[in-house]
Design a protein around this ligand. Structure first.
Ligand code: B12
Ligand code: SF4
Length: 579
C-alpha cells in the first residue's frame, strides 16, 4: 500500500516565504508512525509545486498512491483540493484524507462541498490516521464508526465519529528524526493561553502534554548527527514548564551538541534561571506574542499579560544575549490613532530587536471567528471563496481598510526609525562565562544589518555603521570569526584597506585556517596591489573555486600568464568534478 503525505501550496504569493515553506511538524509524526508500522509512506513538500503544475500529474502517475493524506492549514486548503481533484481524475480509487488544523475545524464544510475528499482526520492525527489506513487495507470490513476521531460522508452528508482520546504519553510516539530530516521540533502540545485569535486552545484542549527531555534531546541528537545544527522549537509556549526546559538545556550541554535554536514563548513564562540555561544550550532568539500596547485591545484578544511582564521579559531575554522578537497585531476592534500610539510607546520601552506586525485575521476554530459567525449571517460557506483568511477590519464597519493599512505603515515606519537606538541600548549581562556567547550574539546581530533581513530594508538608516559598531563590540567580548570577517568587509566597503588588513590579520592569528577570513584578507591586499602577499593567503585554499579564481587574477595582475593559465586549467577540471 502506497501512502503519500502532502503539504500543499498556499493561495497567495508572499514576499516572505520562510513561514509557509516548512511542512507542519505533525506530518513527520504521522509519517513516523506509519513507517514504524511498516507502511510505504513518503512526505512531499508541495508548497511550491504550483509553479510547475505539470509535475503534479506526472509525479502522481509515477507514484501510484493508494492513499493521500494532506496537511491542511487555512492558507493551503485550496492547494489540497486542487491536487486531490487531479489525483481522483488519474485514479478514482485513490483515498483522499484531509488532516491538520483547518481540516479539523472545517471538516463538515470539506465533506459537504468537495466530493474528492473521502475522509477528514479530526485533531491529533497519528493513531487515528493509522487506524484509518488499517481499515482501508482490510477492505473496509469493520464498521467505520469504530474508528474514533474521523469524519466521512454518509448519504451525501458529512458525519463524524466519537472524538479520539488524546495520546496520553507523547513519548510513546516514534521519534520522527529516526526516519526524516527536518528543523522544526515541538516539545509540547497545548498552551496555557486562551487568546481569542488563536486556534490552538480549541485544537489541543486545556491540558498541556510534554515529551520527556530524553525523547526531545534524542530527537535533536539524531538530527544533529544528520548534519543539522540550527533548529526551530515550534511550541505554543516552549517554557511553560521551566524545570523541564532547564533539564533539556543541561542535556544539550552535556551531550556537547553544538547547535543554535530559536523558540516561541509567553512573557509570563520566563525567568533569569531558565534564560541562563537556554542561552548556554544554544538559544539565540525567543519570539513573544505582545500583540498590542493598548490594554483594552489586549483584553479583547484575551492576551493576559501586563506591560510590566512584557518589559521585564524583553529586558531579561536581551540581557542574556538572546534576541527578543515581538509579534504585534493591529487592525483590532477599537483600533485608533490613540491605540497605535500606545503600541508605539510600548515598543519604545521594550526595544525589541525584531518585530513582526500582523493584521488581525479570523481563522476557523478561534473564538473571534465563532463570534463573527454568531453576529452575522456568515457560515463556513464563506470559505468557498478562494481567500486565505478574513481580515477582522472587513467585518467591522467601524474600521476602514485604508486606516488599518496606514496604521500598519505607521508602526513599521516608527519601528524602522527606532532600530538604531534600540541597538545602541543593548546591555548584556557582565559575566565572564558569557563573553564568548555575547560575541556570537553581537556579531550575529551585526550580520542582520550587513547581509541579513535588515540589510534589505532601505528604511533603516546607517545600517553599515550599526553593523560596524556591533562587530567591534563583539570583538571586545571575545574573538569570533564572524566579527573579524564582518568588520573586515565593512572596512573594505569604506575602501579602508589598511584597517581591513589590520583587523583580518588579527582574525587570522585566532583562526588561521578560516577560509573566508584568509580570502577576505587577500582581497584587501589585492586592492592595494600587493598580489604576492595576497597569494600567500590564497595558495593555502586550492580546493576552493573562489580561491582559484582569485589566484588566477593575482598571477594575471603580476603578468605571470603561464602560472595563471596552469591555475585556469586546474579551476576548469575542479568545476568539472563539481558537476
Ligand atoms: C509553530 C507554528 C508556526 C511556525 C512553524 C510552522 C510549521 N511549519 O510547523 C511558523 C512561525 C513558521 C508559523 C507560521 C504561520 N502560522 Co503557525 N503555528 C505554529 C504553531 C504554534 C505550532 C504548530 C505545531 O507544530 N503543532 C504541533 C504539531 C504536532 O501539530 P500539527 O502540525 O498541527 O499536526 C497534528 C495535527 O494537526 C494533525 N495533522 C497535521 N497534518 C496532518 C496530515 C494528515 C494527513 C493527518 C491525518 C493529520 C494531520 O496530526 C498532527 C499530529 O497530531 C501552531 C499552533 C498549534 N499549536 O498547532 C500555529 C498555527 C498552525 N499557525 C497559524 C498561522 C495563522 C500561521 C501563519 C499564517 C502566521 C502568519 N500570519 O504568518 C504562518 C503561516 C503558516 C502556513 N504554513 O500557512 C495558525 C493556523 C490557522 C489555520 N487554520 O491555518 C495556528 C493554528 C495558530 C493560530 N493562530 O491559530 N507557525
Ligand atoms: S496565541 Fe499563543 S499564548 Fe495565545 S493561545 Fe495561542 S498559542 Fe497560546
Amino acid at each position: 500500500m502506497k501512502i503519500l503525505l502532502i503539504y500543499p501550496y498556499w493561495l497567495e504569493k508572499r514576499t516572505r516565504t520562510e513561514d509557509v515553506t516548512v511542512p507542519p511538524i505533525g506530518i513527520y509524526y504521522i509519517g513516523a508512525v506509519l513507517k514504524e508500522n511498516h507502511y510505504d509512506v513518503e512526505i512531499l513538500n508541495w508548497c511550491r509545486i504550483n509553479e510547475t503544475p505539470q509535475k503534479i500529474e506526472k509525479i502522481l502517475v509515477e507514484k501510484k498512491p493508494d492513499v493521500i493524506g494532506f496537511s491542511i492549514l487555512q492558507a493551503n486548503r485550496w492547494g489540497g483540493i486542487d491536487i486531490a481533484r487531479i489525483a481522483k481524475r488519474i485514479d478514482p480509487g485513490v483515498k483522499i484524507v484531509f488532516g491538520g488544523v483547518t481540516a479539523t475545524f472545517l471538516w463538515e464544510h470539506f465533506l459537504t462541498h468537495f466530493p474528492e475528499i473521502d475522509f477528514v482526520v479530526i485533531g491529533e492525527g497519528e493513531y487515528t490516521f493509522l487506524n484509518l489506513i488499517k481499515w482501508i487495507q482490510n477492505n473496509e470490513k469493520q464498521p467505520i464508526t469504530r474508528i474514533k476521531g474521523i469524519a466521512f460522508r454518509k448519504d451525501g452528508k458529512g458525519v463524524r465519529t466519537e472524538p479520539a482520546e488524546p495520546i496520553r504519553d507523547l513519548d510513546s510516539l516514534p521519534v520522527p528524526s529516526k526516519y526524516f530530516k527536518y528543523r522544526h521540533l515541538s516539545l509540547t502540545r497545548g498552551c496555557p493561553g486562551k487568546c481569542t485569535f488563536c486556534g490552538s486552545p480549541k485544537f489541543w484542549g486545556p491540558k498541556i502534554r510534554f515529551h520527556s527531555p530524553k525523547y526531545f534531546v534524542d530527537e535533536l541528537e539524531r538530527l544533529y548527527k544528520k548534519g543539522i545544527n540550527f533548529f526551530y522549537f515550534s511550541d505554543d509556549t516552549f517554557s511553560v514548564n521551566k524545570k523541564l526546559v532547564i533539564r533539556i538545556c543541561k542535556k544539550i550541554i552535556e551531550k556537547k551538541l553544538d547547535i543554535s535554536w530559536v523558540a516561541i514563548s509567553r512573557v509570563n513564562y520566563m525567568g533569569e534561571d531558565i534564560l541562563f540555561w537556554m542561552r548556554k544550550a544554544g538559544c539565540i532568539q525567543i519570539s513573544y506574542g505582545v500583540e498590542s500596547g493598548s490594554k483594552k485591545i489586549r483584553n479583547f484578544l484575551n492576551k493576559k499579560v501586563t506591560d510590566a511582564q512584557v518589559e521585564k521579559a524583553f529586558a531579561m531575554t536581551l540581557k542574556y544575549g538572546i534576541l527578543p522578537r515581538a509579534y504585534f497585531i493591529y487592525g483590532c476592534p477599537g483600533e485608533s490613532p490613540g491605540t497605535i500610539g500606545e503600541t508605539i510607546r510600548l515598543i519604545e520601552k521594550i526595544k525589541p530587536l525584531v518585530i513582526h506586525f500582523f493584521v488581525l485575521s479570523l481563522f476557523p476554530g478561534t473564538a473571534l471567528y465563532e463570534e463573527y459567525k454568531k453576529n452575522s449571517n456568515v457560515t463556513d460557506d464563506i470559505w468557498l471563496n478562494r481567500i486565505e483568511d478574513i481580515k477582522y477590519f472587513e467585518t467591522d464597519p467601524k474600521l476602514s481598510g485604508k486606516d488599518v493599512r496606514s496604521f500598519g505603515k505607521q508602526l513599521q515606519r516608527r519601528y524602522n526609525e527606532l532600530i538604531p537606538g534600540i541597538v545602541d541600548a543593548v546591555a548584556l549581562i557582565d559575566k565572564k562565562e558569557f563573553y564568548p556567547l555575547h560575541s556570537d550574539f553581537c556579531s550575529r546581530l551585526g550580520m542582520t544589518f550587513d547581509q541579513g533581513d535588515y540589510a534589505k530594508n532601505d528604511a533603516i538608516p546607517e545600517k553599515g555603521k550599526i553593523a560596524e559598531k556591533l562587530y567591534i563590540t563583539a570583538l571586545k567580548y571575545y574573538p569570533h570569526p564572524r566579527a573579524y570577517l564582518g568588520l573586515g568587509i565593512q572596512y573594505q566597503k569604506q575602501k579602508a584597506y589598511t584597517e581591513s588588513i589590520k583587523i583580518l590579520s588579527e582574525g587570522i592569528e585566532h583562526f588561521p585556517r578560516n577560509e573566508q577570513i584568509n580570502l577576505c584578507l587577500s582581497v584587501s591586499h589585492m586592492n592595494l596591489g600587493s598580489f604576492e602577499t595576497a597569494l600567500s593567503f590564497l595558495l593555502k585554499f586550492q580546493h576552493s573555486s573562489q580561491a582559484l579564481e582569485m589566484i588566477i587574477h593575482c598571477y594575471h595582475a603580476s603578468n605571470d600568464f603561464k602560472t595563471a593559465s596552469a591555475y585556469h586549467k586546474k579551476l576548469e577540471s575542479f568545476m568539472k568534478c563539481q558537476k
